[in-house]
Structures are given as structure tokens and as C-alpha cells.
Design a protein around this ligand. Structure first.
Ligand SMILES: O=C([O-])CC(=O)C(=O)O
Ligand SMILES: [Mg+2]
Length: 289
């Protein structure tokens, strides 16, 4: 089955020896561009899902149905494997099971479940974690829900930035023992922190948007970091482009005066115009121009 190939490709990254920098993807066009540019992996962040679908910041207003539908659209548009940020799994451990089922059916190659308390708690300005026990229950539920054993389940902890490095390691060791395929850490700031994490665990590591001190890919690879997320610049670039284009039009520019637009060739490429024309000829009796 085609999904299995994508999941196999993500597994090959995790079991390889290099540190991959995924493309931040969020819709059908962005995943096709990432695929055409030769990225080996797409990352569908919860923050960009919120932006692309709701135009909202990353505050857990998005629903599982909306996330899964967007993943389905991307999986249809390109075969690039996608690692989905499934946040806290959209509820408790039983909701996590449902989240895994929906994202698996939508064609995700893998997904991450994190231990951040979401949505934000009443009266708490700074992020909180759920307990280690509840986090572990969610991870076990995620593993239990998987029908295709090749679907990659990543246990993610934000403890480094919220509680402590020791807590992050403690949680990761528990997720590892439960059987996750990889460990995702956010908030790791220094080499000694990463060294300690790598020494205490054995699974492949995913790092969320690492700081400058952690951008030597060979060093990261040597610490078993297989995926280093690079933020989500493409949707910011797209927002700037739409803003500039609409500003110019609003200020009186004619279509010919606009700059920074995709060429006709690029638009044909992202819409797979050749393939569509081929199908039109085969199935609809259309003459190719
Ligand atoms: O997935 C990432 O790169 C970080 C994250 O949690 C998000 O953007 O929602
Ligand atoms: Mg997120």
C-alpha cells in the first residue's frame, strides 16, 4: 500500500545516519513544491495547521477533523512522507487513539504526541505539562491505536523548557520503554543538554527548531538527531507575498505591474498540468495542445 512506502521512507530516515532538515508543509501546493525540490520529509506543524486552516495562532483551537482533512489533501497531492504534529492528541488518552486512527487513514507517515497541557489552563500564563503518568498513558494509547505497524509514532516532550532536563529525560525514557519509534524534544538549548539526552536514550531523536548552537548537522547526526525541524518560514513567506501583492493591487497596480509572482511554468508544475493534460487526452478525448 502506498502509505506504507511513505512510512518506510520516514523509518529509513530514522534508522539512517544523517540529520535531515524537513520542509515545513501545510497545504497541497507547499507539499508539491517540497517534493519537487527533493526534500526527503515534510513536517506539518500544529502552528502552521492553525495558520493555514484558521488563520489563528498556535493555541489549540483547531479540531482533529480539520487537521486530518488538511493532511488528507496533502497526502493526495504528493507522495512526500509527512510527520504531523498532533499536539496533545486532541484530548485525553482515548482521544489520542482516535487522533492516531484519523491521521493514519489520512496518509500521515508519522505523528507526534506531546505532553504539553493543551489548551492552556485557566489562570496559567506559562505553558504547563501533564503528569509523566498521563503522558505515558497517551503514548501507550497512540501505539495501541495504530493499525499499520509502519506508521511512525513519536513521543514528544516539552519538559526541557517547562520543568527540567532531568524531567525531559525521565519522560523520554518512559516513552522509549513503551515502544515509540523516536523521541522529539523541544526547548533543548545547548550541546551539554543534547549530549545528556543522547546518552540516556537509544532511540532516534527529533529536535524542534534548535538554536544556533545546535545547527552543526554532523554533530547533531552524531548525537542520533535524525530530524531537525527548521521553523516554518514558508508560510511566513507566503503571507508576505500575498500581503505585498494585495497591497500593490489595492494601490492601483495592474496585473502586469505586479512582481514576485510564480511564473506560468511554476504554476503548471505545482498543478501537475502535464499529468492533467495527459489524463484529459486519455479519458476525456481532449487533444493535447
Ligand atoms: O512542529 C514544530 O515544528 C513545532 C511546533 O510544535 C509547531 O510548529 O506547532
Ligand atoms: Mg506544535
Amino acid at each position: 500500500m502506498a502509505w506504507r512506502n511513505r512510512r518506510g521512507a520516514l523509518r529509513a530516515i530514522l534508522s539512517g545516519s544523517a540529520c535531515v532538515r524537513p520542509a515545513s508543509v501545510y497545504d497541497a501546493i507547499s507539499i508539491r513544491i517540497a517534493d519537487d525540490l527533493g526534500f526527503p520529509l515534510g513536517m506539518f506543524g500544529g502552528s502552521v495547521a492553525s495558520l493555514a486552516i484558521l488563520g489563528d495562532p498556535d493555541i489549540a483551537l483547531i479540531t482533529l477533523t480539520e487537521l486530518a482533512e488538511q493532511m488528507r489533501r496533502m497526502a493526495r497531492a504528493a507522495a512526500l512522507p509527512v510527520l504531523v504534529d498532533a499536539d496533545h492528541g486532541y484530548g485525553n488518552a482515548l482521544n489520542v487513539r482516535r487522533t492516531v486512527q484519523e491521521l493514519e487513514a489520512a496518509g500521515a507517515a508519522g505523528l507526534t504526541i506531546e505532553d504539553t497541557l493543551l489548551p492552556q489552563a485557566y489562570g496559567e500564563a506559562s505553558p504547563q505539562l501533564i503528569s509523566r503518568e498521563e503522558g505515558l498513558g497517551k503514548i501507550k494509547a497512540a501505539l495501541d491505536a495504530r493499525l499499520d505497524p509502519s506508521l511512525v509514532i513519536v513521543g514528544r516532550t516539552g519538559a526541557c523548557a517547562i520543568t527540567s532536563l532531568d524531567d525531559a529525560i525521565d519522560r523520554a525514557v518512559a516513552y522509549q520503554a513503551a515502544g515509540v519509534d523516536a523521541l522529539f524534544f523541544t526547548g533543548v538549548k545547548t550541546r551539554p543538554q543534547l549530549d545528556a539526552i543522547a546518552a540516556a536514550t537509544t532511540l532516534p531523536i527529533v529536535l524542534g527548531s534548535p538554536p544556533a548552537e545546535l545547527t552543526d548537522w554532523d554533530y547533531l547526526a552524531a548525537q542520533r538527531v535524525r530530524i531537525a525541524v527548521q521553523g516554518h518560514a514558508p508560510i511566513a513567506a507566503a503571507t508576505e507575498a500575498v500581503f505585498n501583492t494585495l497591497s500593490a493591487i489595492r494601490n492601483g497596480a495592474t496585473p502586469k505591474q505586479l512582481t514576485g509572482l510564480a511564473s506560468a511554468e511554476l504554476m503548471d508544475q505545482v498543478t501537475r498540468a502535464d499529468v492533467v493534460a495527459e489524463r484529459g487526452a486519455h479519458f476525456l478525448g481532449l487533444k493535447r495542445s
